[in-house]
Design a protein around this ligand. Structure first.
Ligand code: ATP
Length: 237
């Protein structure tokens, strides 16, 4: 079980996450919804250790969570465009290889290349393994990014707006893939989304953030309108 407890984050004097408690079970796809600025990305960045917390803890099965336990997929797909899809996926294994392997993809051991091929197969792109990543469509590139994350052998998968740059068909495909990975690989998956309808279709649970606090936590089908209503403005005296 991935457990985020009391996550508090401040940027300078401004607190943007106020003691957020969120959990995700193995095999559970959790969608995080909320208006712009509600703290969704900050929450994911805090979980993966990119954003220092003022308070709170992140544990996996009641133990502190290490950086290699978590793989993260971003809206802007950071693939090396001139390298093949397979080489990009192999890069997911770098955390457990010696630094020399990062110098040239040909140095990736055979077993890593085989594992990367299996990951590409898992996302339905084995037939594009030797194509340059830059020549693939946006949806295909995001699936390569998912395969690279899998090649990291993570125990948790986070995705920050993974479909914001994709068309509707590719969005459905990528979210279907993430939900399938959660269910079959028994991974907790936490995905920040901007489309409540997609969250309803693909997530097992919805978390709604508003102004850095959890406002909703429940099964798909929740009324999420309240997340997107403008905050009350304090009267200026
Ligand atoms: N590096 C930063 N320095 C200062 N404030 C920041 C920084 N990053 C985010 N914030 C502020 O923290 C708050 C939460 O931002 P965050 O990006 O986590 O929200 P979000 O829900 O992911 O928004 P969006 O949907 O627009 O991506 C916002 O008020 C934002 O302005």
């Amino acid at each position: 079980m991935l457990r985020m407890s009391g996550i508090t984050v401040s940027y300078g004097p401004r607190t943007v996450l106020h003691g957020v408690d969120v959990s995700a079970a193995p095999g559970e796809m959790v969608a995080v919804l909320g208006a712009n600025g509600s703290g969704k990305s900050t929450l994911l960045r805090a979980v993966i250790g990119l954003q220092p917390m003022t308070a709170g803890s992140v544990t996996l099965d009641n133990r502190p969570c290490g950086p290699l336990d978590i793989a993260m997929i971003f809206q802007h797909i950071h693939l090396v465009r001139r390298r093949t899809a397979l080489e990009n996926v192999c890069a997911g294994a770098l955390g457990r290889l010696s630094p020399r392997h990062s110098l040239h993809p040909a140095l990736f051991p055979h077993d890593v290349r085989e594992e990367a091929m299996a990951c590409l197969d898992r996302v339905g792109l084995a037939d594009r393994a030797h194509d340059r990543a830059g020549g693939l469509s946006g949806g295909q590139q995001q699936r390569v990014a998912v395969a690279r994350a899998l090649c990291q052998r993570p125990r948790v998968l986070l995705a920050d707006e993974p479909v914001s740059a994709l068309d509707p068909a590719a969005s459905e495909q990528v979210l279907g893939l993430l939900a399938d990975l959660a269910h079959r690989e028994k991974l907790p998956v936490l995905a920040v989304l901007h489309q409540p309808a997609l969250a309803d279709r693909h997530a097992d649970r919805i978390i709604g953030l508003r102004d850095g606090r959890v406002l909703l936590d429940g099964a798909p089908g929740l009324d999420v309108d309240t997340l997107y209503q403008p905050s009350a403005v304090e009267p200026v005296s």
